[in-house]
Design a protein around this ligand. Sequence first.
Ligand SMILES: [Zn+2]
Length: 159
Amino acid sequence: MKRGSLISLTKCGLYCKQGDFYIDPWLPVPKAVVTHAHADHAYRGNDSYLVVSECEPLARIRLDPEAVVSSLDYGVETSLNGVKISFHPAGHILGSAQVRVEYKGEVWVASGDYKLTPDPTCAPFEPVKCNYFITEATFGLPVYRWTDPKVVFAEIDEW
Ligand SMILES: [Zn+2]
């Protein structure tokens, strides 16, 4: 395998050929590794799903009732065709995870949606060392500035 080619973009989404799985695929595939249960990441119709344990109950609500869903705890490794896969907290919502993919010493991390601000509803974002980082950036522009959650919650309480 040529260095830097472990994960590529295909018409179905991010694909790891060596492991033969997709990350957050948007078209039906045999094996989907899903970062979290939001609708633009956890699509229905895949043959099987791998998610982090905290995501599994949410994925079961989001996906077809007969969907084949298995899970791993944060930091626990599994292997597909020699490719190591693990989930690490993304701090985005309950059960959100970055996907760490390793093959022959080359490490990729696909962030999924993530948030660096502490959030009492989910595990905090965990920096993961890697050679290649695939980042989401829906609200990444500097024009997006959010009010501190403590202020928002205080305003809600006051209201
Ligand atoms: Zn999301």
